[in-house]
Ligand binder design. Structure first.
Ligand SMILES: [Ca+2]
Ligand SMILES: [Ca+2]
Length: 326
C-alpha cells in the first residue's frame, strides 16, 4: 500500500505527539444503498404510504389500481408520527376515516392479505383498522383492535364465519397487523407472529360496500380509529404462510434504482491542525483508494505551504483544509 506523507520539518517526538491536536481525515464516498423491498406488485390492489405534508387530506393509492381515497371528518396526514416516510394517517377517534369505493379488487374468495402499521392511543373498546362492511351491517370483514387484542372477523347475514383474536397491543406503540386468507386457512399476525387462526370451507360473499380505513363502515355502531395508521396494503394473494419479520421499509416496486452517476474526482477533504509551537503530526493518506496508476496531487485550498512547520505561527493554532484529488 502506498502512503503519502505530510512531513514536518521537525522530528515529532512522543511528548509532542501527545500535545498534537486531533487530525481529522474525512473522506467523502458516494455510497448507494439499494433498498428494493418489493411488495408493490401486480397483486397489490391498494397501497397507502400516507406520506405528504402535515394536515394534508390527500392520500394516494400507490398501487397500480390507483383507487380514489377520500378523507372524512378530520382524517389527515400527520408528520408527528410515522412508521415509514415521515408521515402517517391520523384519526382522532370521532368521525374520522378514509373511504375507498367498492371494486372488484376487494373480492377474492380464495386468498387475500390485509396488512398495515398502526399506533393507537387507547386499548379500550373496539377500533377498526380496515373494514369492508355493508351499510346494513349484515355482511362484512375486517381487522381491528378489541381492547388490547388484535381482532379479525368475517360474517354473512349477521352470522360469524370467523373471528380471530390474540396478541397484546400496547398503546402509543407502532405495531404491524396482517390478516392472511390462504384458501381455507385464515391467520391473524401481530408483529409477524401468528396470534390466532381458523379454517373455513366456504366461499366469501362479494361485499357490496366501500373499504373503510379507521372505521368499520357501519354508521349506527361506528368503531373509529384513535391514533395513526401507516403503510396500508391490500393484496389479492396470501403474502405470508408462516411467521415473518415485519417489513422494514415502505413497499416499493422491487426494482433497483438507476445506477448513480460516476463519482466526482474529489476524493476527500483532509483537515489538520498545528500546535502553536510549530510542530505538527504527520498525516497519511491512503493512496490505495485512488484508481490504478493515478498520481496524487494536493490542491491547496488557501495557498499555504504543505510544510507543516513553515506555516505555524507562535501563539496560534492554525487549522487548514486541503482537497485531495486524483
Ligand atoms: Ca407513511
Ligand atoms: Ca373527528
Amino acid at each position: 500500500m502506498s502512503i503519502f506523507l505530510f512531513k514536518s520539518k521537525h522530528v515529532v517526538r512522543p511528548r509532542q505527539m501527545k500535545m498534537a491536536l486531533a487530525v481529522i481525515v474525512v473522506f467523502c464516498f458516494w455510497i448507494t444503498v439499494v433498498n428494493a423491498i418489493g411488495g408493490n406488485d401486480g397483486n397489490t390492489k391498494l397501497l397507502l404510504h400516507a406520506d405528504g405534508a402535515d394536515t394534508s387530506t390527500t392520500l394516494t393509492d400507490s398501487s397500480s389500481s390507483a383507487h380514489t381515497v377520500t378523507a372524512v371528518g378530520n382524517a389527515q396526514i400527520d408528520t408527528a408520527q410515522s412508521k415509514f416516510g415521515g408521515a402517517s394517517a391520523l384519526f382522532d377517534g370521532s368521525g374520522d376515516y378514509l373511504t375507498i369505493p367498492d371494486s372488484t379488487d376487494w373480492f377474492n374468495t380464495d386468498s387475500f392479505t390485509i396488512d398495515a402499521w398502526f399506533r393507537t392511543t387507547t386499548v379500550t373498546g373496539q377500533h377498526a383498522i380496515l373494514y369492508q362492511q355493508t351499510s346494513d351491517g349484515n355482511h362484512g370483514y375486517g381487522i381491528a383492535i378489541n381492547g388490547a387484542q388484535l381482532f379479525a372477523q368475517y360474517y354473512e347475514s349477521g352470522a360469524y364465519r370467523w373471528q380471530l383474536t390474540g396478541g397484546t397491543v400496547s398503546p402509543n406503540t407502532w405495531h404491524h397487523a396482517a390478516f392472511v386468507k390462504n384458501g381455507n386457512s385464515q391467520v391473524l399476525y401481530l408483529d409477524g407472529v401468528a396470534v390466532d387462526s381458523a379454517a373455513s370451507s366456504f366461499a366469501m360473499l362479494d361485499i357490496a360496500a366501500p373499504v373503510s380505513i379507521g372505521h368499520n363502515g357501519y354508521a349506527p355502531i361506528p368503531y373509529y380509529w384513535n391514533g395513526w395508521i401507516d403503510e396500508v396494503r391490500f393484496s389479492n394473494v396470501a403474502r405470508w404462510t408462516a411467521n415473518f419479520t415485519p417489513p422494514t421499509a415502505e413497499y416499493d416496486s422491487g426494482e433497483d434504482p438507476p445506477p448513480p452517476p460516476p463519482p466526482p474526482p474529489l476524493l476527500g477533504t483532509l483537515t489538520f491542525q498545528y500546535e502553536s509551537n510549530g510542530y505538527c503530526v504527520n498525516v497519511s493518506v491512503n493512496k490505495s483508494l485512488a484508481p490504478s496508476g493515478a498520481i496524487l496531487t494536493i490542491v491547496h485550498a488557501d495557498g499555504f505551504s504543505r510544510e507543516c512547520g513553515s506555516i505555524a505561527t507562535a501563539g496560534r493554532v492554525l487549522q487548514r483544509s486541503v482537497e485531495l484529488r486524483y
